[in-house]
Design a protein around this ligand. Structure first.
Ligand code: DQQ
Length: 538
């Protein structure tokens, strides 16, 4: 229906139609960014998985190309699953992906194995045609590993000995595994003597990602970089995208998390909302590391079929190590978003007393970038609420945006109708937890749409309130049915999907509110309307 098409995004990447999931093989090559993605060319549900392909000069304006990999070989006949790009031999790109097939000897048993593809013509900057290696499959499941749990090869990197290394996601007796493989020629791969990392009871590790970040600075590093000023990030996807920062010693391929209690699969998350199977790449064009993640729908499958499409990719984010810790990363929308900015409104020093709510005038629509600083009062008064990683989401929903609190809830309502019956609330609450003062960051979707049959789960996370911290920042991208929140300078990210029926397009409004009894101040607020990005086909 027409309403459904209004939920299509304006500047988040989408295929022309049908189902999409994981981003695959992102890279910058000869002037173009390439994005591949898990795509069903024939329906708006998962299946027939091929690698869709698009290129861009700026990671914002995309052009669709023909399918790069289709399930047309015996070893990938049921699907070309996730994988990564690596530059080999003088910067020539190759793709390694997972083929889903069956074993010729027992046709009912599905298996996963890794396959290699090369550009038909690496002089073509668009890399339009890909050729699968005659040697495929290049890696099959080793002894003791279930071939149903053997997938999603990472970008490869070179170790001290000059050999290539890559990770493959797996599990053994519910222990999540990042299996290490080494090679001299990219065709023959040998299993390392131990996995690079594993964590008990975390289940299958899908889509591992492993990359270096500088100890200091925001710049990106080539995936093979290492040294004393370098830390490594390991991300795995198991229900959510979890990451852990550690030190990686290439001489013995040991990876040691700096904080054992924040280990992969149990600790920090890239995003506390809808965000999965993400992948990063080193952007040699702008010397930074970029992260892209799959943002699934929150509506029912039959709604996806009706609208003819499902899923978007997150807006590309830059990632770097938080200079205040050595165990967490920061994320921020890439600066290219600025090229989309149109009308701007801003305001300063707006006091918000108890139960204050105010519409931000002069701006409307469902395509916005918002930046706001809330100033905290000198005297912090906090409700006694004990928050932990396991209860924070529940607290965000039980203590939603409309409740009267003490210092918070205060924040923004986006995609709000004039009468406020529809609204998506992004807000803060200051709480006194057993382990100190915390800021709750919540994304409350409970009133986001009058439509039922949607998953309106609230999302959230918490962060320790530092002594001397005087303001709290929210940076938000709103794009019709996606709201991506970067809170506290990119320390906490939350992405959600919402499907308003009234607060659509030009009828969508923004409000600031404070439902705490303690007054807060909007120190400054800036909102830009963002332009459409037309994704064409080359
Ligand atoms: N999606 C792919 C798999 C991967 C999963 C299949 C993660 O390769 O493990 O479409 O979403």
């Amino acid at each position: 229906s027409e309403l459904h098409q209004l939920h299509r995004t304006a500047f988040h990447f989408q295929p022309s139609k049908n189902w999409m999931n994981d981003p695959n093989g992102p890279m910058f090559y000869r002037g173009y960014y390439h994005l591949f993605y898990q795509w069903n060319p024939y329906a708006a549900v998962w299946g027939n998985i091929s690698w869709g392909h698009a290129v861009s000069k700026d990671l914002v304006h995309w052009h669709h190309l023909e399918v790069a990999l289709a399930p047309d070989q015996w070893y990938d006949m049921y699907g070309c699953w996730s994988g990564s790009a690596t530059f080999v031999n003088d910067g020539k790109p190759v793709l390694v992906y997972t083929g889903w097939s069956n074993v010729p000897s027992s046709p009912d048993r599905k298996v996963q194995m890794q396959a290699l593809a090369m550009p038909a013509d690496h002089e073509d900057p668009l890399l339009r045609k890909w050729v699968k290696a005659p040697q495929n499959p290049i890696v099959t499941a080793p002894e003791g590993i279930d071939s149903n749990f053997f997938r999603d090869p990472t970008t490869a990197w070179v170790g001290e000995d000059g050999k290539w290394r890559m990770l493959i996601g797996s599990q053994e007796n519910m222990t999540g595994l990042a299996l290490l493989y080494t090679s001299s020629d990219f065709l023959t791969w040998k299993r390392g003597s131990a996995p690079l990392h594993s964590v008990d009871s975390t289940g299958m590790w899908e889509c591992p990602d492993f990359y270096p970040v500088p100890l200091l600075g925001k710049h990106g590093l080539n995936t093979s970089s290492n040294g004393k000023d370098v830390m490594h990030v390991l991300k795995v996807s198991c229900v959510y995208d979890y990451y852990v920062v550690g030190t990686y010693v290439t001489s013995n391929d040991s990876f040691t998390p700096v904080q054992a209690d924040l280990d992969a699969g149990i600790g920090l998350r890239y995003d506390y909302g809808k965000y999965y199977a993400s992948k990063s790449f080193y952007d040699g064009n702008k010397n930074r590391r970029i992260l892209i993640g799959w943002v699934n729908e929150s509506d029912a499958e039959k709604a996806d079929i009706a609208k003819g499409w499902a899923s978007v990719q997150s807006f590309p984010r830059m990632v770097w190590l938080d200079p205040h810790t050595n165990y967490s990363i920061l994320q921020w929308p890439i600066e290219e978003v600025e090229s989309l900015r149109k009308t701007k409104v801003s305001l300063e020093s707006l006091p918000l007393g108890k139960e204050a709510i105010m519409q931000v005038k002069g701006i409307k629509g469902a395509q916005l970038e918002i930046d706001v600083d809330f100033q905290l009062p000198e005297q912090i008064q906090a409700e006694a609420i004990d928050v932990s990683a396991s209860n924070v989401e529940l607290i965000c929903s039980e203590k939603g945006a409309s409740r009267i609190g003490v210092l918070g809830p205060f924040g923004l309502l986006v995609l709000a109708s004039d009468d406020l019956v529809e609204q998506t609330a992004i807000f803060f609450v200051i709480v006194q937890s057993k382990d100190g003062l915390k800021v709750l960051v919540c994304s409350d979707q409970s009133r986001s749409s009058l439509e039922t049959n949607l998953d309106k789960t609230s999302y959230g996370s918490s962060y320790s309130l530092k002594g001397g911290q005087t303001y709290l920042n929210l940076h938000i991208l709103v794009d019709h049915s996606v709201v991506e929140t970067f809170a506290l300078g990119g320390r906490v990210c939350i992405t959600c999907r919402v499907y308003p029926t009234k607060a659509i397009d030009q009828a969508a409004r923004v409000f600031v509110f404070n439902n705490g009894t303690v007054p807060v101040l909007v120190k400054n607020l800036v909102i830009w309307e963002l332009a459409d990005v037309l994704i064409d086909t080359l």
